[in-house]
Design a protein around this ligand. Sequence first.
Ligand SMILES: [Zn+2]
Length: 390
Amino acid sequence: MTHLQAGFIYTDTFQNYNFGEQHPFNQKRVELTYELLKDMKAVSDEQIITPRIATDSEIALVHDPKYIDAVKRASRNELKEEETIEFGIGTEDTPAFQDMHLAASQLVGGTLSAVDHVLNGSYNTVVNLGGGLHHGFRRKASGFCIYNDAAIAIQYIRKHYDYKVLYVDTDAHHGDGVQWIFYDDPNVCTLSIHETGRYLFPGTGNINERGHNDGYGTSFNVPIDAFTEDESFLDTYQKTLFNVAEHFIPDIIVTQNGADAHVLDPLSHLACTMKIYEEIPKLAQSVADTYCQGKWVALGGGGYDIWRVVPRAWSQLWAVANHGEPFKGNIPTSWIERFQQESPVTLPATWHDQENLYKPIPRKEEITEKNSILVQKLLQPILNDRNYMM
Ligand SMILES: [Zn+2]
């Protein structure tokens, strides 16, 4: 299949989603990625789509109006102290800030703009790196996420088209918000591969979380071991993704592309390198091509090494979406020269990581074995009828 060019959602005002200088969630990474792609001459002005602002009724496709009202009041510093716990706003993870409702509505609007452009056929794939806020709950902010743009977009697709949606989440953290929102919906299948919740936020994402009522069998979780490396991550991801897709037969896929499974990421304990960020989008694209006539909405997500990891990882997502192949070789020196002064760490010179990026993991074999048993257990129910791809 020939790949059409992709669309890229971008605006400087994504930077307004800002919890403050000391907070790990930093939208500077979207700007760094955009600038890197510009220097690669990999995105043209015609491909840039300015995001719209989501309306209150669109946000209410998923969120409780009382919660939306609380976010608006927090935007004006009018949220009462005792509401902090109820709505999850004003916490250490998700502090309140001026105009947070508007900033969060624009991230949602970006994802809805992406959906619109895919569904009206302008592009097979549209990428919104400002989105992917998978932890947001119906009436509670969580894990840096105010509004759950991914869930809103899926509900929007369900409302306007009778499409079956496969949501694939490769962030290092469990995609809990999206999972619980569609837990009993048989037309939305969620697949999350993440570091086990034993030591990591949000603690959920167990293999036995398989859905509820009519939605039973459309929720899949792969809680891989801490210190999992590239080969085991990719083996696990590929087997699960292909089998789940073949089982569910989606009409469109929505991917959350958090870039925090990298060994340099400060908030997780996985040991992956740029290798996975070259392969993850290729596998997603092959599923979109096989089942969805290419229809693929790709979102950002976590990612806390904003200098060395995220710009490269997200550029590779774009490279695959836009022309089917990841970048190779050197990072443009223009980009390094422009941003090195601002960066507290040495910026990478190449697209791939160096071989000796981290010390060998002593439990490698054991981890690989555990992950592979996990996949077998997870897929057992859908493989009972069919011996497929294992
Ligand atoms: Zn994450």
